[in-house]
Design a protein around this ligand. Structure first.
Ligand code: KIV
Ligand code: ZN
Length: 501
């Protein structure tokens, strides 16, 4: 069976999603998890775009050993120089150059005629080739490009040394049959195409990114560019987990393999969701909370008799261990640590101690502690930046006929500071009190709340996005009390402001 190369662009195109920006440390954490997932290529960023992007690509290039690390560049010398510089320490560097080729982009955006665009693309590939043998070229907006011109550009960049050519459906305009046909025509009309890797990159504006990618594979594409949870510009990119599981589940129709360790999918999805603050919709294919849940009696009965009656994949395939009741309040440290290892976490002894304390507190409040609860505790407690401000105490007065009031006590460098405030609701009152204490007043851009598992005593997980001096900071908090979780999320975002400035 032929292999489909998985090119992950979560850290580049995914991070372009408005509000999804990540710090370098978080990008490195995701890159390491992508390595555990065993993706073939990690597109780590767009180095010329900002010093932060440059730094992230450089660190990822240094730290990641097996996958190819790729940096994006416009077809300009200064972009390619920045990409080369950022990739200096990469074991397997790739430079990805792109240039728009559709009439609309050439006329209004580039303001250049075809001949000039073609020349620029060739020169860019030749220039990138001086630094690495692995060069990818993307004719941006390829699906809306005149076919004859597209063939000419592809042929020319292949002659110039491109080893991968990537066909982007930049604006998510293509239909699956049409996009598959385009790939077939490219294979039939571009000389030299059989010597290089043909790739696709689909956006999801019409909800067809995965369908278009699969249709392209059927017609000869051998690399797909995708992101975890389908994160990306506008409606996002093709979701990695959906493409990989479609190939794995429908081998009869798609006789291909990928290198992906599918049991790492769930963990990767959780990590990207928690670090970007983009929650995954419950009915999202593969990684949504409900993707493997069966509510109707008829379905439950079928599943108990034979899981394959209603399950085309098993939850274990994506690393989701539906183990029901995992641990209870009598469980010890050893059992807890063993469970953590099964979930893929290796904690240092101090971290383990903190996580275990949180687990015990939770087990006291909650009869059943599920794997999802444990994952939430780890993400909430362990993967933290320095806790400059720490929530010590919270008291809320709220009701139908009362002005909601919050009394909050925060710890700051061994000093306890208390203040109170009223607001439109208990959360607002709480946030006002926190602002009074810390002196930091951000603009609340987004607030989401979800339960981690089912049941009244479930953990509530709150994510906030706070805008401060033009930058967005994401904070998370999870406890069984949703107001406390809201306060923790807010304090977490403030700690990021203090840490990152
Ligand atoms: O969508 C797009 O066209 C891109 C290119 C840079 C590949 O992201
Ligand atoms: Zn894109």
């Amino acid at each position: 069976m032929e292999k489909i190369i998985i090119f992950d662009t979560t850290l580049r195109d995914g991070e372009q999603a408005p509000g999804a920006s990540l710090e370098t440390k978080q990008k490195l954490e995701i890159a390491k998890q992508l390595e555990s997932l065993n993706v073939d290529i990690i597109e780590a960023g767009f180095p010329v775009a900002s010093p932060g992007d440059f730094e992230a690509v450089a660190i990822i290039a240094k730290e990641i050993s097996r996958p190819v690390v790729c940096a994006l560049a416009r077809s300009l010398k200064k972009d390619i120089d920045a990409a080369k510089e950022a990739l200096k320490k990469a074991k397997h560097p790739r430079i990805h150059v792109f240039l728009a080729t559709s009439k609309i982009h050439m006329k209004y955006k580039l303001r250049k005629p075809e001949a000039e665009v073609l020349k620029q693309a060739v020169e860019a590939v030749r220039y990138a080739k001086r630094f690495t043998s692995d060069v990818e070229f993307s004719p941006e907006d390829a699906s809306r490009t005149q076919k004859e011109f597209l063939y000419r550009v592809l042929e020319a960049v292949i002659k110039a040394g491109a080893t991968t050519v990537n066909i982007p459906d930049t604006v998510g305009y293509a239909m699956p049959q049409q996009f598959g046909e385009l790939i077939r025509l490219i294979r039939e009309n571009v000389s030299g195409i059989d010597k290089i890797v043909l790739s696709v990159h689909c956006h999801n504006d019409l909800g067809l990114a995965v369908a278009n990618s699969l249709s392209a594979i059927k017609n000869g594409a051998r690399q797909v560019e995708c992101t975890i949870n389908g994160l990306g510009e506008r409606a996002g990119n093709a979701a990695l987990e959906e493409i990989v599981m479609a190939i794995k589940t429908r081998r009869d129709f798609l006789p291909f393999t990928t290198s992906i360790r599918t049991t790492e999918i769930y963990k990767t999805s959780r990590l990207v969701s928690s670090l970007t603050g983009f929650t995954v919709q419950p009915n999202k294919a593969i990684v949504g909370r409900n993707a493997f849940r069966h509510e109707s009696g008829i379905h439950q009965d079928g599943i108990l008799k034979e899981p394959r009656t209603y399950e085309i994949m098993s939850p274990e395939d994506i690393g989701l261990k539906i183990s029901g009741l995992v641990l209870g309040k009598h469980s010890g440290r050893h059992a807890f640590n063993e469970r953590l290892k099964k979930l893929g976490f290796r904690l240092k002894s101090k971290e383990l101690e903190r996580a275990f304390m949180r687990f015990k507190e939770l087990a006291d409040k909650k009869k059943e502690v599920f794997d999802e609860d444990i994952v939430a505790i780890i993400e909430d407690e362990i993967k933290q930046i320095p806790q400059t401000w720490h929530l010590e105490y919270l008291h809320i007065v709220s009701g139908t006929d009362t002005v909601p009031t919050a009394t909050v006590r925060l710890r700051y460098k061994n000093k306890i500071i208390q203040d109170a405030a009223s607001g439109d609701g208990p959360v607002d009152a709480c946030y006002r009190a926190i602002e009074r204490i810390t002196g930091i007043k951000g603009e609340l851009e987004d607030y989401t709340i979800k339960s981690v598992t089912k049941g009244r005593e479930a953990l509530g997980e709150v994510t906030v996005k706070l805008k401060y001096k033009g930058k967005l900071f994401t904070g998370r908090g999870a406890t069984t009390d949703v107001i406390e979780a809201s306060a923790k999320a807010y304090v977490n975002a403030i700690n990021k402001i203090v840490y990152k400035g």
